[in-house]
Design a protein around this ligand. Structure first.
Ligand SMILES: NC(=O)c1ccc[n+]([C@@H]2O[C@H](COP(=O)([O-])OP(=O)(O)OC[C@H]3O[C@@H](n4cnc5c(N)ncnc54)[C@H](O)[C@@H]3O)[C@@H](O)[C@H]2O)c1
Length: 268
């Protein structure tokens, strides 16, 4: 591990209290980044930040934020700048899922998923870019990193709204890359497949509840057997290297890309 690879990167990560967001925060700090962990769950985000600070490489602060609120995105950016002097990278990771068959989707399901996964990404990108523009252009690009999904590319009938929201993340990545280039800001993303996190553990139960699967664990087995080239599910550690690459200067000449880390699902 290169403990200085991300030195000088001050990063806001949304949804960083657990799951992939927390793993990325820990990993980025191990590589020298300073991280601001934003989440609805402040206690859990603070516990992650305390662990990072105890290790003594990159520094960490935690902020309570609801990503669907513009003012919370603005204050999380401000907290990053207050703690570390400036912001270099925004990683828009907060997200959720609640499966419904097409004819069972209602406005509550639609609004909840679209607000957190897509609208909030736009708000976070905009508020972070606003600060980056105010800081002025650097010799290296500022970076916005969007978390997509296999559902950014595959129509999955049991999670139509989630797919809609994650196709939206892909569009925000493409349009943001074009719209923000003149300010020295790149926009890229990564798209996991099945990652064992609290989100997927809940999804596994919900898929049984809506009658899409007969028993818990079946969704994992079916996907590994039928859709993946690499015959196992993944874990946040499988994703953190790509996230760190997109955060690092190794990706400075990339923009508008969504990298799939999905065991080969997207080519099926
Ligand atoms: N787990 C997977 O298989 C998988 C696959 C593809 C994409 N993703 C995406 O990866 C990202 C992270 O997923 P995960 O599996 O680590 O999820 P997770 O549920 O483990 O963690 C998500 C975090 O986001 C926070 N959050 C949710 N709503 C929020 C809000 N309104 N404001 C602030 N924070 C909020 C939660 O408190 C939680 O800490 C999400 O965007 C998800 O859609 C996950």
């Amino acid at each position: 591990m290169d403990a200085t690879r991300l030195k000088g990167k001050n990063v806001l990560i949304t949804g960083a209290a657990r799951g992939m967001g927390a793993t990325n925060a820990q990993h980025f700090a191990e590589l020298g980044a300073n991280v601001c962990l934003g989440d609805l769950d402040l206690d859990a985000a603070q516990a992650q930040a305390d662990e990072i600070n105890a290790k003594g490489n990159g520094r960490a602060v935690a902020v309570k934020m609801d990503v669907t609120k513009r003012e919370d995105n603005a204050s999380a950016v401000a907290a990053t700048v207050d703690a570390f002097g400036m912001i270099n990278v925004g990683l828009f990771n907060a997200g959720l899922n609640k499966p419904r068959f097409f004819m069972d989707i209602d406005e509550d399901n639609w609004d909840m998923i679209m607000n957190v996964n897509t609208k909030a990404m736009w708000l976070g990108m905009q508020e972070t870019a606003r600060q980056m523009i105010a800081q002025g252009k650097q010799d290296y690009p500022y970076k916005l990193i969007n978390v997509g999904s296999i559902a950014s590319r595959k129509p999955l009938v049991d999670v139509t709204v989630y797919c809609t929201s994650k196709y939206g993340c892909l569009a925000l990545t493409h349009c943001g890359a074009i719209g923000l280039a003149e300010h020295g800001i790149t926009v890229n993303g990564y798209a996991p497949g099945v990652v064992v996190t609290p989100l997927w553990e809940q999804l596994d139960k919900d898929l049984v509840d809506i009658g899409f699967k007969d028993r818990e664990g079946q969704a994992y087995e079916d996907i590994v057997r039928d859709a993946l080239q690499i015959k196992r599910v993944s874990y946040p550690d499988d994703v953190k290297g790509t996230a760190a690459f997109l955060c690092s200067s190794d990706s400075d000449y990339m923009t508008g890309q969504m990298i799939h880390i999905d065991g080969g699902w997207c080519i099926q």
